[in-house]
Design a protein around this ligand. Structure first.
Ligand SMILES: Cc1cc2nc3c(=O)[nH]c(=O)nc-3n(C[C@H](O)[C@H](O)[C@H](O)COP(=O)(O)OP(=O)(O)OC[C@H]3O[C@@H](n4cnc5c(N)ncnc54)[C@H](O)[C@@H]3O)c2cc1C
Length: 514
Protein backbone atom coordinates (compact mmCIF):
# COMPACT_ATOMS: atom_id res chain seq x y z
CA UNK A 1 0.00 0.00 0.00
CA UNK A 2 1.19 3.50 -0.73
CA UNK A 3 0.84 6.99 0.69
CA UNK A 4 -0.33 6.76 4.29
CA UNK A 5 -2.79 9.55 5.08
CA UNK A 6 -4.50 10.52 8.29
CA UNK A 7 -7.79 10.99 6.46
CA UNK A 8 -9.01 9.64 3.16
CA UNK A 9 -12.35 11.05 2.11
CA UNK A 10 -14.27 9.31 -0.67
CA UNK A 11 -16.52 11.80 -2.47
CA UNK A 12 -16.40 15.50 -3.25
CA UNK A 13 -19.93 16.78 -2.56
CA UNK A 14 -20.82 18.84 0.52
CA UNK A 15 -20.11 15.90 2.85
CA UNK A 16 -16.68 15.10 1.40
CA UNK A 17 -15.38 18.61 0.84
CA UNK A 18 -16.54 19.99 4.18
CA UNK A 19 -14.92 17.02 5.95
CA UNK A 20 -11.69 17.52 4.03
CA UNK A 21 -11.57 21.27 4.74
CA UNK A 22 -11.97 20.70 8.47
CA UNK A 23 -9.69 17.63 8.60
CA UNK A 24 -6.67 19.43 7.19
CA UNK A 25 -6.11 21.16 10.54
CA UNK A 26 -5.54 17.76 12.15
CA UNK A 27 -3.54 15.77 9.62
CA UNK A 28 -2.89 14.85 6.02
CA UNK A 29 -5.96 14.55 3.79
CA UNK A 30 -6.65 12.90 0.45
CA UNK A 31 -9.96 13.22 -1.42
CA UNK A 32 -10.87 10.56 -3.96
CA UNK A 33 -13.73 11.17 -6.33
CA UNK A 34 -14.94 9.13 -9.26
CA UNK A 35 -15.84 11.94 -11.64
CA UNK A 36 -14.68 15.53 -11.75
CA UNK A 37 -14.72 17.36 -8.43
CA UNK A 38 -18.16 18.89 -9.00
CA UNK A 39 -19.93 15.72 -10.24
CA UNK A 40 -22.28 15.08 -7.32
CA UNK A 41 -25.83 15.46 -6.03
CA UNK A 42 -24.85 18.56 -4.07
CA UNK A 43 -24.45 20.61 -7.23
CA UNK A 44 -28.10 19.98 -8.17
CA UNK A 45 -29.71 21.00 -4.88
CA UNK A 46 -32.14 23.80 -5.59
CA UNK A 47 -34.41 24.66 -2.67
CA UNK A 48 -31.81 25.28 -0.01
CA UNK A 49 -30.55 24.38 3.42
CA UNK A 50 -32.62 24.44 6.61
CA UNK A 51 -31.52 26.15 9.85
CA UNK A 52 -33.44 27.85 12.65
CA UNK A 53 -31.94 31.32 12.24
CA UNK A 54 -35.16 33.31 11.73
CA UNK A 55 -36.74 35.53 14.44
CA UNK A 56 -39.91 33.39 14.51
CA UNK A 57 -37.92 30.17 14.63
CA UNK A 58 -36.05 28.06 17.21
CA UNK A 59 -34.06 24.81 17.21
CA UNK A 60 -36.95 23.31 19.19
CA UNK A 61 -39.39 24.03 16.35
CA UNK A 62 -36.93 22.60 13.84
CA UNK A 63 -36.63 19.47 16.00
CA UNK A 64 -40.40 19.08 16.19
CA UNK A 65 -40.85 19.46 12.41
CA UNK A 66 -38.05 16.98 11.68
CA UNK A 67 -39.44 14.41 14.13
CA UNK A 68 -42.95 14.78 12.72
CA UNK A 69 -41.67 14.16 9.17
CA UNK A 70 -39.69 11.12 10.41
CA UNK A 71 -42.88 9.30 11.54
CA UNK A 72 -41.55 8.06 14.90
CA UNK A 73 -38.47 6.48 13.43
CA UNK A 74 -35.95 9.31 13.83
CA UNK A 75 -33.20 9.17 16.43
CA UNK A 76 -34.18 12.01 18.76
CA UNK A 77 -30.63 12.75 19.87
CA UNK A 78 -29.41 12.89 16.27
CA UNK A 79 -32.23 15.31 15.44
CA UNK A 80 -31.48 17.48 18.48
CA UNK A 81 -27.85 17.73 17.39
CA UNK A 82 -28.88 18.54 13.82
CA UNK A 83 -31.14 21.42 14.79
CA UNK A 84 -29.03 22.92 17.58
CA UNK A 85 -25.73 22.82 15.66
CA UNK A 86 -27.31 24.09 12.42
CA UNK A 87 -26.82 27.86 12.99
CA UNK A 88 -23.10 27.39 13.75
CA UNK A 89 -22.60 25.31 10.60
CA UNK A 90 -24.38 27.97 8.53
CA UNK A 91 -21.85 30.47 9.95
CA UNK A 92 -19.09 28.16 8.70
CA UNK A 93 -20.60 28.21 5.20
CA UNK A 94 -20.84 32.01 5.34
CA UNK A 95 -17.17 32.10 6.35
CA UNK A 96 -16.33 29.92 3.38
CA UNK A 97 -18.17 32.63 1.40
CA UNK A 98 -21.26 30.81 0.25
CA UNK A 99 -23.30 33.78 -1.08
CA UNK A 100 -26.70 33.14 0.50
CA UNK A 101 -29.50 35.33 -0.88
CA UNK A 102 -30.47 38.26 1.34
CA UNK A 103 -33.51 40.43 1.90
CA UNK A 104 -33.20 43.85 3.55
CA UNK A 105 -29.67 43.00 4.64
CA UNK A 106 -30.63 39.71 6.36
CA UNK A 107 -30.27 36.17 5.01
CA UNK A 108 -33.54 35.44 3.15
CA UNK A 109 -35.59 32.48 4.37
CA UNK A 110 -38.22 30.59 2.43
CA UNK A 111 -40.95 28.14 3.34
CA UNK A 112 -40.90 24.49 2.29
CA UNK A 113 -43.28 21.59 2.81
CA UNK A 114 -43.76 20.40 6.41
CA UNK A 115 -41.66 23.22 7.92
CA UNK A 116 -43.79 25.26 10.33
CA UNK A 117 -41.98 28.56 9.58
CA UNK A 118 -39.81 29.97 6.78
CA UNK A 119 -36.46 28.30 7.55
CA UNK A 120 -34.72 27.54 4.28
CA UNK A 121 -31.66 29.53 3.18
CA UNK A 122 -30.93 29.65 -0.53
CA UNK A 123 -28.34 31.00 -2.94
CA UNK A 124 -28.68 32.18 -6.52
CA UNK A 125 -32.46 31.81 -6.10
CA UNK A 126 -32.77 28.11 -6.92
CA UNK A 127 -29.08 27.26 -7.39
CA UNK A 128 -28.14 26.70 -3.74
CA UNK A 129 -26.26 23.46 -4.31
CA UNK A 130 -24.25 24.84 -7.18
CA UNK A 131 -23.10 27.80 -5.09
CA UNK A 132 -22.23 25.58 -2.12
CA UNK A 133 -20.37 23.06 -4.26
CA UNK A 134 -18.34 25.58 -6.24
CA UNK A 135 -17.52 27.53 -3.08
CA UNK A 136 -16.30 24.43 -1.24
CA UNK A 137 -14.31 23.12 -4.19
CA UNK A 138 -12.67 26.55 -4.62
CA UNK A 139 -11.78 26.53 -0.91
CA UNK A 140 -10.40 22.98 -1.16
CA UNK A 141 -8.19 23.96 -4.08
CA UNK A 142 -7.04 27.13 -2.31
CA UNK A 143 -6.16 25.07 0.78
CA UNK A 144 -4.03 22.74 -1.36
CA UNK A 145 -6.06 19.64 -0.58
CA UNK A 146 -5.16 16.83 -2.98
CA UNK A 147 -8.25 15.73 -4.88
CA UNK A 148 -7.84 12.72 -7.16
CA UNK A 149 -10.50 12.97 -9.87
CA UNK A 150 -11.59 9.97 -11.96
CA UNK A 151 -10.61 7.59 -9.14
CA UNK A 152 -13.28 5.04 -8.23
CA UNK A 153 -13.19 3.48 -4.75
CA UNK A 154 -13.80 -0.24 -5.25
CA UNK A 155 -13.08 -1.82 -1.86
CA UNK A 156 -12.56 -0.87 1.77
CA UNK A 157 -9.36 -2.50 3.03
CA UNK A 158 -9.35 -4.01 6.50
CA UNK A 159 -6.55 -5.18 8.78
CA UNK A 160 -7.45 -7.14 11.92
CA UNK A 161 -11.02 -5.85 11.74
CA UNK A 162 -9.98 -2.19 11.46
CA UNK A 163 -10.20 0.04 8.41
CA UNK A 164 -6.75 0.25 6.84
CA UNK A 165 -7.40 2.03 3.55
CA UNK A 166 -9.14 1.85 0.23
CA UNK A 167 -8.60 0.19 -3.14
CA UNK A 168 -9.26 2.40 -6.16
CA UNK A 169 -9.54 2.06 -9.91
CA UNK A 170 -7.94 4.88 -11.82
CA UNK A 171 -10.31 5.84 -14.62
CA UNK A 172 -7.74 7.17 -17.08
CA UNK A 173 -5.29 4.26 -16.96
CA UNK A 174 -7.53 1.41 -15.75
CA UNK A 175 -4.93 0.52 -13.10
CA UNK A 176 -5.71 -0.37 -9.47
CA UNK A 177 -4.02 1.22 -6.48
CA UNK A 178 -4.29 0.98 -2.72
CA UNK A 179 -4.07 3.92 -0.32
CA UNK A 180 -3.77 3.54 3.43
CA UNK A 181 -5.15 5.82 6.13
CA UNK A 182 -6.07 6.09 9.79
CA UNK A 183 -9.61 7.23 9.10
CA UNK A 184 -11.68 6.52 6.02
CA UNK A 185 -14.68 8.80 5.52
CA UNK A 186 -17.34 7.66 3.07
CA UNK A 187 -19.09 10.67 1.52
CA UNK A 188 -20.27 8.92 -1.62
CA UNK A 189 -23.82 10.30 -1.73
CA UNK A 190 -27.00 8.47 -2.67
CA UNK A 191 -28.24 5.99 -5.25
CA UNK A 192 -31.08 7.52 -7.26
CA UNK A 193 -29.77 5.81 -10.39
CA UNK A 194 -31.42 2.65 -9.10
CA UNK A 195 -34.72 3.90 -10.53
CA UNK A 196 -35.90 4.58 -14.08
CA UNK A 197 -37.15 8.07 -13.23
CA UNK A 198 -34.83 9.92 -10.87
CA UNK A 199 -33.52 13.41 -10.22
CA UNK A 200 -29.93 12.34 -9.49
CA UNK A 201 -26.79 12.68 -11.63
CA UNK A 202 -25.08 9.59 -13.10
CA UNK A 203 -22.60 9.29 -10.19
CA UNK A 204 -25.40 8.46 -7.69
CA UNK A 205 -25.04 4.68 -7.80
CA UNK A 206 -25.07 3.66 -4.14
CA UNK A 207 -21.36 2.74 -4.13
CA UNK A 208 -20.79 3.64 -0.48
CA UNK A 209 -23.57 1.38 0.76
CA UNK A 210 -22.20 -1.55 -1.25
CA UNK A 211 -18.58 -0.97 -0.18
CA UNK A 212 -19.54 -0.60 3.47
CA UNK A 213 -21.78 -3.69 3.46
CA UNK A 214 -18.99 -5.78 1.96
CA UNK A 215 -16.63 -4.47 4.70
CA UNK A 216 -19.00 -5.58 7.46
CA UNK A 217 -20.65 -2.24 8.23
CA UNK A 218 -24.28 -2.05 9.31
CA UNK A 219 -26.69 -0.79 6.66
CA UNK A 220 -30.08 0.39 7.84
CA UNK A 221 -33.44 1.90 6.82
CA UNK A 222 -32.92 0.96 3.18
CA UNK A 223 -36.66 0.53 2.62
CA UNK A 224 -37.08 4.29 2.99
CA UNK A 225 -36.32 6.06 -0.28
CA UNK A 226 -37.81 9.46 -0.91
CA UNK A 227 -39.62 10.15 -4.18
CA UNK A 228 -39.87 13.80 -5.05
CA UNK A 229 -43.40 14.70 -6.15
CA UNK A 230 -42.48 17.15 -8.88
CA UNK A 231 -39.91 16.28 -11.53
CA UNK A 232 -40.39 17.61 -15.05
CA UNK A 233 -42.19 15.07 -17.26
CA UNK A 234 -41.67 16.04 -20.90
CA UNK A 235 -40.84 13.65 -23.75
CA UNK A 236 -37.09 13.43 -24.37
CA UNK A 237 -36.25 15.64 -21.36
CA UNK A 238 -34.59 14.22 -18.20
CA UNK A 239 -36.72 14.33 -15.01
CA UNK A 240 -35.30 17.67 -13.93
CA UNK A 241 -36.34 18.64 -10.41
CA UNK A 242 -38.96 21.37 -9.92
CA UNK A 243 -38.14 22.44 -6.38
CA UNK A 244 -40.59 22.24 -3.51
CA UNK A 245 -39.91 25.93 -2.99
CA UNK A 246 -42.01 26.57 -6.12
CA UNK A 247 -45.02 25.37 -4.15
CA UNK A 248 -43.64 27.25 -1.13
CA UNK A 249 -43.96 30.46 -3.15
CA UNK A 250 -47.58 29.68 -4.14
CA UNK A 251 -47.38 27.15 -7.02
CA UNK A 252 -50.49 24.93 -7.25
CA UNK A 253 -50.78 21.34 -8.46
CA UNK A 254 -53.59 20.63 -10.92
CA UNK A 255 -54.65 17.33 -12.46
CA UNK A 256 -55.09 16.68 -16.18
CA UNK A 257 -58.63 18.07 -15.89
CA UNK A 258 -57.24 21.37 -14.61
CA UNK A 259 -58.52 20.91 -11.03
CA UNK A 260 -56.39 21.71 -7.99
CA UNK A 261 -56.53 18.46 -6.01
CA UNK A 262 -54.25 18.59 -2.96
CA UNK A 263 -57.05 19.89 -0.67
CA UNK A 264 -58.66 16.44 -1.14
CA UNK A 265 -55.62 14.73 0.34
CA UNK A 266 -54.14 16.83 3.17
CA UNK A 267 -54.95 19.96 5.21
CA UNK A 268 -51.59 21.48 4.20
CA UNK A 269 -52.59 21.03 0.54
CA UNK A 270 -49.67 21.64 -1.83
CA UNK A 271 -47.27 21.86 1.10
CA UNK A 272 -48.17 18.48 2.58
CA UNK A 273 -45.25 16.09 3.30
CA UNK A 274 -43.48 14.80 0.20
CA UNK A 275 -44.73 11.23 0.37
CA UNK A 276 -48.34 12.42 0.69
CA UNK A 277 -48.01 14.74 -2.32
CA UNK A 278 -46.22 12.08 -4.39
CA UNK A 279 -48.90 9.44 -3.75
CA UNK A 280 -51.69 11.96 -4.35
CA UNK A 281 -50.15 12.71 -7.75
CA UNK A 282 -49.93 9.00 -8.60
CA UNK A 283 -53.57 8.62 -7.59
CA UNK A 284 -54.63 11.55 -9.78
CA UNK A 285 -52.58 10.22 -12.71
CA UNK A 286 -54.23 6.79 -12.37
CA UNK A 287 -57.68 8.35 -12.00
CA UNK A 288 -57.33 10.52 -15.10
CA UNK A 289 -55.33 7.97 -17.11
CA UNK A 290 -52.27 10.17 -17.71
CA UNK A 291 -48.58 10.02 -16.78
CA UNK A 292 -48.37 13.57 -15.42
CA UNK A 293 -50.07 16.35 -13.49
CA UNK A 294 -49.34 20.09 -13.76
CA UNK A 295 -47.68 22.60 -11.49
CA UNK A 296 -49.19 26.01 -12.07
CA UNK A 297 -47.30 29.24 -11.36
CA UNK A 298 -48.98 31.30 -14.07
CA UNK A 299 -51.00 33.22 -11.43
CA UNK A 300 -47.78 34.43 -9.74
CA UNK A 301 -46.09 37.64 -10.89
CA UNK A 302 -43.74 36.71 -13.76
CA UNK A 303 -41.00 38.76 -12.13
CA UNK A 304 -41.21 36.65 -8.94
CA UNK A 305 -40.94 33.41 -10.93
CA UNK A 306 -37.97 34.50 -13.03
CA UNK A 307 -35.99 36.05 -10.16
CA UNK A 308 -36.77 33.48 -7.48
CA UNK A 309 -36.35 30.45 -9.80
CA UNK A 310 -33.99 31.60 -12.55
CA UNK A 311 -32.50 28.14 -13.02
CA UNK A 312 -35.84 26.32 -13.36
CA UNK A 313 -37.22 29.10 -15.55
CA UNK A 314 -34.34 29.01 -18.02
CA UNK A 315 -34.09 25.16 -18.04
CA UNK A 316 -37.77 24.96 -19.08
CA UNK A 317 -37.56 27.91 -21.48
CA UNK A 318 -34.61 26.27 -23.28
CA UNK A 319 -36.95 23.31 -23.89
CA UNK A 320 -39.76 25.47 -25.25
CA UNK A 321 -41.78 25.88 -22.04
CA UNK A 322 -42.34 29.38 -20.64
CA UNK A 323 -43.48 28.58 -17.10
CA UNK A 324 -44.78 32.11 -16.48
CA UNK A 325 -47.37 31.47 -19.21
CA UNK A 326 -47.90 27.69 -19.25
CA UNK A 327 -48.31 25.02 -16.59
CA UNK A 328 -45.36 22.71 -15.88
CA UNK A 329 -45.94 18.99 -16.59
CA UNK A 330 -44.62 17.04 -13.59
CA UNK A 331 -44.58 13.52 -12.09
CA UNK A 332 -42.79 11.94 -9.12
CA UNK A 333 -39.19 10.69 -9.44
CA UNK A 334 -36.75 8.90 -7.12
CA UNK A 335 -34.80 11.53 -5.23
CA UNK A 336 -33.12 10.80 -1.91
CA UNK A 337 -31.72 7.74 -0.14
CA UNK A 338 -32.96 8.02 3.45
CA UNK A 339 -31.26 4.86 4.70
CA UNK A 340 -27.59 4.03 4.35
CA UNK A 341 -24.50 3.21 6.37
CA UNK A 342 -25.50 3.31 10.00
CA UNK A 343 -23.56 5.76 12.14
CA UNK A 344 -23.72 7.01 15.70
CA UNK A 345 -23.94 10.73 16.50
CA UNK A 346 -20.21 11.12 15.73
CA UNK A 347 -20.48 9.69 12.22
CA UNK A 348 -18.82 6.44 13.32
CA UNK A 349 -19.83 3.09 11.85
CA UNK A 350 -19.48 -0.26 13.60
CA UNK A 351 -16.21 -0.88 11.69
CA UNK A 352 -13.36 0.83 13.57
CA UNK A 353 -11.81 3.66 11.56
CA UNK A 354 -14.72 3.84 9.10
CA UNK A 355 -16.95 6.94 9.11
CA UNK A 356 -19.81 8.07 6.89
CA UNK A 357 -21.35 11.47 6.22
CA UNK A 358 -24.00 12.98 3.96
CA UNK A 359 -26.50 11.01 1.96
CA UNK A 360 -24.60 7.71 2.21
CA UNK A 361 -24.87 7.84 6.00
CA UNK A 362 -27.89 6.96 8.08
CA UNK A 363 -27.46 9.03 11.24
CA UNK A 364 -31.11 8.48 12.15
CA UNK A 365 -32.04 12.10 11.53
CA UNK A 366 -34.60 11.47 8.79
CA UNK A 367 -36.41 8.49 10.29
CA UNK A 368 -38.95 7.23 7.75
CA UNK A 369 -39.08 10.47 5.76
CA UNK A 370 -36.72 13.38 5.22
CA UNK A 371 -37.84 16.92 5.91
CA UNK A 372 -37.03 19.07 2.86
CA UNK A 373 -33.64 20.84 3.00
CA UNK A 374 -32.37 18.83 5.97
CA UNK A 375 -29.91 16.79 3.90
CA UNK A 376 -27.33 19.46 3.03
CA UNK A 377 -27.55 20.42 6.69
CA UNK A 378 -27.07 16.86 7.93
CA UNK A 379 -23.91 16.58 5.82
CA UNK A 380 -22.20 19.66 7.31
CA UNK A 381 -23.32 19.02 10.88
CA UNK A 382 -22.10 15.41 10.94
CA UNK A 383 -18.92 16.07 8.93
CA UNK A 384 -17.91 18.50 11.66
CA UNK A 385 -18.65 15.89 14.32
CA UNK A 386 -16.47 13.32 12.54
CA UNK A 387 -13.57 15.75 12.79
CA UNK A 388 -14.31 16.48 16.45
CA UNK A 389 -14.35 12.76 17.13
CA UNK A 390 -11.20 11.84 15.23
CA UNK A 391 -9.25 14.81 16.58
CA UNK A 392 -10.17 13.77 20.13
CA UNK A 393 -12.10 16.96 20.87
CA UNK A 394 -15.44 15.36 21.63
CA UNK A 395 -14.41 14.05 25.04
CA UNK A 396 -17.09 11.37 25.33
CA UNK A 397 -17.50 7.62 24.99
CA UNK A 398 -18.84 6.25 21.71
CA UNK A 399 -22.63 6.23 21.81
CA UNK A 400 -24.13 2.87 20.83
CA UNK A 401 -25.57 2.10 17.41
CA UNK A 402 -29.29 1.34 17.29
CA UNK A 403 -31.63 -0.11 19.90
CA UNK A 404 -32.37 -3.63 21.18
CA UNK A 405 -35.63 -3.73 19.17
CA UNK A 406 -33.80 -3.51 15.84
CA UNK A 407 -33.70 -6.52 13.54
CA UNK A 408 -30.12 -7.24 12.44
CA UNK A 409 -29.39 -9.96 9.87
CA UNK A 410 -27.33 -10.78 6.73
CA UNK A 411 -28.87 -11.01 3.28
CA UNK A 412 -30.00 -14.60 2.76
CA UNK A 413 -29.85 -16.78 -0.37
CA UNK A 414 -32.76 -16.92 -2.81
CA UNK A 415 -33.38 -19.60 -5.46
CA UNK A 416 -33.62 -19.31 -9.24
CA UNK A 417 -30.43 -17.80 -10.74
CA UNK A 418 -30.76 -19.70 -14.02
CA UNK A 419 -33.95 -17.80 -14.88
CA UNK A 420 -32.37 -14.38 -15.05
CA UNK A 421 -29.39 -13.51 -17.27
CA UNK A 422 -27.24 -10.57 -16.08
CA UNK A 423 -29.01 -7.21 -16.48
CA UNK A 424 -28.14 -3.92 -18.09
CA UNK A 425 -28.77 -0.68 -16.20
CA UNK A 426 -32.08 -0.03 -18.00
CA UNK A 427 -33.51 -3.45 -17.02
CA UNK A 428 -32.49 -2.89 -13.40
CA UNK A 429 -34.04 0.59 -13.30
CA UNK A 430 -37.28 -0.68 -14.81
CA UNK A 431 -37.51 -3.58 -12.34
CA UNK A 432 -37.08 -1.35 -9.30
CA UNK A 433 -39.37 1.38 -10.67
CA UNK A 434 -42.11 -1.20 -11.25
CA UNK A 435 -41.77 -3.23 -8.04
CA UNK A 436 -39.76 -1.29 -5.40
CA UNK A 437 -41.14 2.18 -6.17
CA UNK A 438 -43.64 4.45 -4.46
CA UNK A 439 -46.45 1.93 -3.98
CA UNK A 440 -45.27 -1.57 -3.04
CA UNK A 441 -46.79 -4.97 -2.31
CA UNK A 442 -45.58 -8.41 -1.26
CA UNK A 443 -45.79 -10.06 -4.69
CA UNK A 444 -43.84 -7.28 -6.44
CA UNK A 445 -41.21 -7.00 -3.72
CA UNK A 446 -40.62 -10.76 -3.55
CA UNK A 447 -40.32 -10.93 -7.32
CA UNK A 448 -37.85 -8.01 -7.38
CA UNK A 449 -35.80 -9.47 -4.52
CA UNK A 450 -35.61 -12.83 -6.29
CA UNK A 451 -34.47 -11.30 -9.58
CA UNK A 452 -31.95 -9.07 -7.82
CA UNK A 453 -30.52 -12.01 -5.88
CA UNK A 454 -30.14 -13.92 -9.14
CA UNK A 455 -28.46 -10.97 -10.79
CA UNK A 456 -26.06 -10.73 -7.85
CA UNK A 457 -24.98 -14.30 -8.59
CA UNK A 458 -24.76 -14.01 -12.37
CA UNK A 459 -23.08 -10.62 -12.80
CA UNK A 460 -19.51 -11.07 -14.07
CA UNK A 461 -16.57 -9.72 -12.04
CA UNK A 462 -16.51 -5.95 -12.62
CA UNK A 463 -13.72 -4.50 -14.72
CA UNK A 464 -14.47 -0.82 -15.43
CA UNK A 465 -16.52 1.87 -13.69
CA UNK A 466 -19.92 1.04 -15.27
CA UNK A 467 -19.70 -2.61 -14.24
CA UNK A 468 -18.69 -1.72 -10.66
CA UNK A 469 -21.59 0.73 -10.47
CA UNK A 470 -24.08 -1.80 -11.82
CA UNK A 471 -22.94 -4.36 -9.27
CA UNK A 472 -23.31 -1.80 -6.48
CA UNK A 473 -26.79 -0.82 -7.64
CA UNK A 474 -27.91 -4.45 -7.75
CA UNK A 475 -26.76 -4.96 -4.15
CA UNK A 476 -28.35 -1.70 -3.03
CA UNK A 477 -31.59 -2.65 -4.79
CA UNK A 478 -31.61 -6.00 -3.05
CA UNK A 479 -31.03 -4.45 0.39
CA UNK A 480 -33.98 -2.15 -0.35
CA UNK A 481 -36.34 -4.77 -1.77
CA UNK A 482 -35.68 -7.28 1.03
CA UNK A 483 -36.20 -4.66 3.75
CA UNK A 484 -39.35 -3.35 2.06
CA UNK A 485 -40.71 -6.90 1.82
CA UNK A 486 -39.99 -7.48 5.51
CA UNK A 487 -41.61 -4.24 6.73
CA UNK A 488 -45.30 -5.17 6.69
CA UNK A 489 -46.70 -1.69 7.31
CA UNK A 490 -46.71 1.77 5.72
CA UNK A 491 -44.66 4.53 7.29
CA UNK A 492 -43.27 7.74 5.79
CA UNK A 493 -41.68 7.11 2.42
CA UNK A 494 -42.40 3.36 2.55
CA UNK A 495 -45.93 2.61 1.37
CA UNK A 496 -47.39 -0.92 1.08
CA UNK A 497 -50.77 -1.20 -0.68
CA UNK A 498 -51.23 -4.55 1.12
CA UNK A 499 -50.34 -3.06 4.54
CA UNK A 500 -51.52 0.57 4.32
CA UNK A 501 -51.55 1.22 8.09
CA UNK A 502 -48.69 2.21 10.38
CA UNK A 503 -48.08 -0.53 12.97
CA UNK A 504 -46.64 0.35 16.39
CA UNK A 505 -44.68 -2.93 16.54
CA UNK A 506 -42.71 -1.77 13.48
CA UNK A 507 -41.27 1.23 15.30
CA UNK A 508 -37.82 -0.28 14.83
CA UNK A 509 -35.10 -0.56 12.22
CA UNK A 510 -34.09 -3.29 9.82
CA UNK A 511 -30.29 -3.56 9.78
CA UNK A 512 -28.30 -5.52 7.21
CA UNK A 513 -24.93 -6.83 8.33
CA UNK A 514 -22.88 -9.32 6.38
C1 LIG B 1 -31.97 17.62 -7.92
C2 LIG B 1 -31.70 17.59 -6.44
C3 LIG B 1 -32.15 18.63 -5.63
C4 LIG B 1 -31.90 18.60 -4.26
N1 LIG B 1 -32.27 19.67 -3.49
C5 LIG B 1 -31.94 19.70 -2.19
C6 LIG B 1 -32.20 20.84 -1.39
O1 LIG B 1 -32.71 21.84 -1.87
N2 LIG B 1 -31.82 20.79 -0.08
C7 LIG B 1 -31.23 19.71 0.49
O2 LIG B 1 -30.93 19.74 1.69
N3 LIG B 1 -30.96 18.62 -0.26
C8 LIG B 1 -31.28 18.59 -1.57
N4 LIG B 1 -30.99 17.49 -2.32
C9 LIG B 1 -30.27 16.39 -1.68
C10 LIG B 1 -28.81 16.81 -1.48
O3 LIG B 1 -28.37 17.51 -2.62
C11 LIG B 1 -27.91 15.63 -1.26
O4 LIG B 1 -28.45 14.76 -0.31
C12 LIG B 1 -26.54 16.07 -0.79
O5 LIG B 1 -26.02 17.02 -1.69
C13 LIG B 1 -25.62 14.88 -0.68
O6 LIG B 1 -24.33 15.34 -0.45
P1 LIG B 1 -23.17 14.27 -0.31
O7 LIG B 1 -21.91 15.03 -0.12
O8 LIG B 1 -23.55 13.27 0.67
O9 LIG B 1 -23.18 13.50 -1.72
P2 LIG B 1 -22.92 14.03 -3.19
O10 LIG B 1 -23.03 15.49 -3.28
O11 LIG B 1 -23.77 13.24 -4.11
O12 LIG B 1 -21.41 13.63 -3.44
C14 LIG B 1 -21.03 12.28 -3.55
C15 LIG B 1 -19.64 12.22 -4.11
O13 LIG B 1 -19.11 10.89 -4.01
C16 LIG B 1 -18.50 10.54 -5.25
N5 LIG B 1 -18.49 9.08 -5.31
C17 LIG B 1 -19.56 8.25 -5.25
N6 LIG B 1 -19.14 6.97 -5.31
C18 LIG B 1 -17.79 6.99 -5.40
C19 LIG B 1 -16.78 5.99 -5.49
N7 LIG B 1 -17.08 4.69 -5.51
N8 LIG B 1 -15.49 6.38 -5.58
C20 LIG B 1 -15.16 7.69 -5.58
N9 LIG B 1 -16.07 8.68 -5.51
C21 LIG B 1 -17.38 8.33 -5.40
C22 LIG B 1 -19.35 11.26 -6.27
O14 LIG B 1 -18.70 11.34 -7.50
C23 LIG B 1 -19.54 12.59 -5.57
O15 LIG B 1 -18.41 13.40 -5.72
C24 LIG B 1 -31.22 17.51 -3.69
C25 LIG B 1 -30.79 16.47 -4.50
C26 LIG B 1 -31.01 16.50 -5.87
C27 LIG B 1 -30.51 15.38 -6.72
Amino acid sequence: MINAYDYIVVGSGIGGLSTALMAREFGSVLVITKGSINDCNTRYAQGGIAAAIGKEDSPQLHIEDTLRAGCNLSDEEAVRILATEAPARISDLVQYRVPFDTLDGEIALTMEAAHSVPRVLHAGGDATGEYIETTLSRQARAAGIVVLEDFLATEILLEKGRTAGVRVLEGRTGSCEEFSCRYLVLATGGGGQLFKYNTNPDVATGDGVALAYQAGAEITDMEFFQFHPTALRMPGVPPFLISEAVRGEGGVLRNAEGEPFMANYHPSRDLAPRDVVARAIVNEMNRTGTDRVYLDVTHLPAHLVTTRFPHIYSFCLDRGLDITARQIPVAPAAHYMIGGVRTNTWGETNVPGLFATGEVACTGVHGANRLASNSLLEAIVYSKRIIERTSGRDGSAAPPLGTPEDITLPLGARPGPELFPPPGLAALQQLTWDHVGMVRNAAGLDYAAEVLAAWEDTLPEPTGQPSYELKNLVLMGRLMAEAAAMRQESRGAHFRSDFPETVAAWQRHIVWKK
